[in-house]
Design a protein around this ligand. Structure first.
Ligand code: NAD
Length: 358
């Protein structure tokens, strides 16, 4: 098969980690008989430098005409003093909005080889951690009605509104259940239904959708409890599905318990399996151009692309196994280095993963 991938290398270490990821995809293509056709586009700081805009229309059009988008990272100190709507990060919000990406998937995986990086006690971690947080991305309090009232109860007051419609909850719930089917078949829906009306609707709709997935177990959890359970017993979770704001907070908590930001992939999905795939980390300007960046988060993002957009689970697994193998053999970039292991740079890490793909 032939797949069109829009590639947005971005700024800082973005181009370095994307370059290694393309090598990995090419190896997958050659083994499994696929052609990945890449078209490169500008977004972020490099786009501001070239066109004056963080997200040129050509980039959005290019993404729309592709099967999936692979993004490195955007931003850096050079553009930090620009006004809000001209900053590189504006490109990310713009892409999500314009491409209709309403579901954010972030895995928090602690590979058993990297257990030492985890801030939790070994008996809590067990054999490793593997959680998927599915966050609603285009609704809720970040997009609800907001404003300032001069005559509030105790002087001028500000307000933001959490709003969710049945359709919005239904589509994100379906994504969570579909993913759980490909994993360990458990969904934890996180809300605050003891207080919030929007959470009661959320819970009701998730419950209804779950009837279509008899092989997936569903539990509901209040957000305060969920934030506690994530550090108390992370292995009770398989897929967590939650609102925009709760997901923003819980996905950061979940990724931080793995202790290795250079390892974590993410996906943002829209209608019809279209998706944008990127590492959780930023552009890491402090190590830009030094062959120090860990490319694994981006390489695993490409594995998610194969699994969730291109429906190539075997090929995705081949990448994941190659990453496991590289870690088992003791190769480490600086961010995950520990005594007795072999330190390698970005390029060498990419090469090793390519060589371990079978
Ligand atoms: P960051 O994730 O870029 O870096 C945080 C720390 O982690 C740094 O010490 C960095 O060297 C290290 N790190 C990150 N990724 C790494 C990797 N792959 N390998 C090895 N080490 C890695 O976060 P930050 O420093 O807060 O932000 C830097 C810039 O990135 C800012 O301009 C910020 O706005 C932007 N940013 C972009 C995205 C994105 O594009 N999605 C996300 C977060 C931050």
């Amino acid at each position: 098969m032939n797949y069109k991938i829009a590639v947005i290398p971005g700024d800082g270490i973005g181009p370095e980690v994307v370059e290694q990821t393309i090598r990995v995809l090419d190896k997958i293509g050659s083994i499994y008989g696929h052609t990945f056709e890449y078209s490169k586009y500008l977004a972020g700081g490099c786009a501001i430098d070239a066109t004056g805009e963080p997200l040129p229309e050509e980039t959005v059009e290019g993404c729309r005409n592709s099967n999936a988008v692979l993004l490195g990272a955007v931003g850096g100190p050079k553009w930090d003093t620009l006004p809000g709507d001209k900053r590189p990060e504006k490109a990310l919000l713009g892409l999500r909005g314009k491409l209709g990406l309403y579901a954010n998937l972030r895995t928090a995986v602690l590979n058993k080889e990297l257990k030492d990086a985890c801030p939790l006690r070994p008996e809590i971690v067990g054999d490793g951690i593997d959680i998927m947080v599915v966050r609603e991305l285009t609704g809720g309090i970040y997009f609800g009605e907001r404003g300032i009232r001069e005559n509030g109860k105790m002087g001028p007051e500000a307000f933001d509104t959490e709003t969710y419609s049945v359709g919005e909850v239904e589509r994100i719930a379906r994504i969570a259940f579909d993913i759980a089917l490909k994993r360990n078949r458990k969904v934890t829906s996180v809300d605050k239904a003891n207080i919030l009306e929007s959470s009661r609707l959320w819970r009701e709709v998730v419950e209804r959708v779950s009837k279509d997935y008899p092989n997936v177990s569903l539990e509901h959890m209040y957000v305060d409890n969920a934030s506690m359970q994530l550090v108390r017993n992370p292995n009770q979770f398989d897929v967590i599905v939650t609102t925009n704001m709760f997901g923003d907070i819980l996905s950061d908590e979940a990724s931080m318990i793995t202790g290795s930001i250079g390892m974590l992939p993410s996906a943002s999905l829209g209608e019809g399996s279209f998706g944008l795939y990127e590492p959780v980390h930023g552009s890491a300007p402090d190590i830009e151009g030094q062959d120090k960046a860990n490319p694994i988060a981006t390489i695993l993002s490409a594995a998610m692309m194969l699994k969730y957009t291109l429906n190539l689970p075997k090929e995705a697994k081949a990448i994941e196994l190659a990453v496991d193998r590289v870690l088992e053999e003791g190769y480490r970039t600086g961010d995950i280095m520990s005594p007795g292991k072999t330190l390698v740079g970005t390029t060498k890490m990419g090469e090793l993963i390519v060589s371990f793909i079978e």
